[in-house]
Design a protein around this ligand. Structure first.
Ligand code: CAA
Length: 257
């Protein structure tokens, strides 16, 4: 059981590696992922993060049902908070995140994908919030993040029924950005991450911060923040380099300063 990280060309690929349990999250695995994400936050060389699952069956099959089965309310509160800490840490990364969903994304696995900025799916991927069939509601953000992507009515139907959504339907309802053949998924995710990593990391982080306010319920504050972030970018070397490179008809070399 591990969370593996590979870094290359500004892209960090984080692999949930517990294939014998379809990458389900027990406490130890959640703590590992939290430590990994917090460390990536500080890595200046990492400009985009991909999350994926080991093996060819699962992104992550959710929270570990064997561990949860005997939990008390107090223990469930602690476990739920840890799951929320992980999804919040992923969502709050300054670097963009891409979930490369290579198989089952169920329960907490789907919720982790929902906390990413972009979701790419293999044609074998399946999504589900099956919690109500286990006697619990979703616990790591599904009730809040799923409706933002697919709309309130669709999210209600998916969460109340627990039914599985295949990749083509996920694409149709806006749950994923694109679907690729299983053997091309990681290469496509890496290509997208490299395109992002070639841009100014300062500007991308500023755009991500402004985007995060789009659903905060205060459009005027979101627009005001966008205006400030836009102005602040003119105090960065990346802005000088980006515009100079355009005028000199050469590719920009951004440093994130
Ligand atoms: N927790 C613990 N172990 C799990 C698991 C999970 N969520 N999902 C799969 N596993 C384990 C299985 O127990 C099995 O282990 P053993 O070989 O030791 O029995 C192994 O992974 C392989 O699984 P299956 O034999 O079941 O594989 P399958 O291909 O027949 O079925 C599946 C795949 C449809 C994903 C099925 O495993 C499944 O339904 N898993 C549970 C999915 C689920 O309900 N997830 C939600 C959990 S609740 C949650 O996440 C709450 C929240 O909001 C945070």
């Amino acid at each position: 059981m591990a969370v593996d990280v590979e870094q290359s060309g500004g892209v960090a690929t984080v692999t949930l590696n517990r294939p014998q349990a379809l990458n389900a999250f027990n406490t130890v695995q959640l703590q590992r992922l939290l430590g990994t994400v917090r460390a990536l936050r500080e890595e200046r060389d990492v400009r985009c993060v991909i999350l994926t699952g080991a093996g060819d069956k699962a992104f992550a099959a959710g929270a570990d049902i064997k561990e949860m089965a005997e939990k008390s309310e107090a223990q469930a509160l602690e476990f739920g908070r840890l799951g929320h800490a992980v999804t919040a840490a992923v969502e709050g990364l300054p670097q963009p995140t891409i979930a490369a969903v290579n198989g089952y994304a169920f329960g907490g696995g789907c919720e982790l994908a929902l906390a990413c900025d972009i979701r790419l799916a293999s044609d074998r991927a399946q999504f589900s919030q099956p919690e109500v069939g286990l006697g619990i509601p979703p616990g790591w953000g599904g009730t809040q993040r799923l409706p933002r992507l697919v709309g309130a009515g669709r999210a209600a139907e998916l969460i109340f029924s627990g039914r599985r959504v295949a990749a083509d339907e996920a694409m149709r309802i806006g749950l994923v950005n694109a679907v690729y053949p299983a053997d091309a998924l990681l290469a496509e995710a890496t290509a997208m991450a490299q395109r992002i990593a070639a841009n100014s990391p300062r500007a991308v982080a500023a755009a991500k911060r402004a985007l995060s306010l789009a659903f905060a319920g205060n459009p005027a504050a979101g627009l005001a923040t966008e205006a400030i972030l836009f102005a602040e970018s003119f105090g960065t070397e990346d802005q000088r380099e980006g515009m100079r490179a355009f005028l000199e008809k050469r590719p920009a070399a951004f440093t994130g300063v």
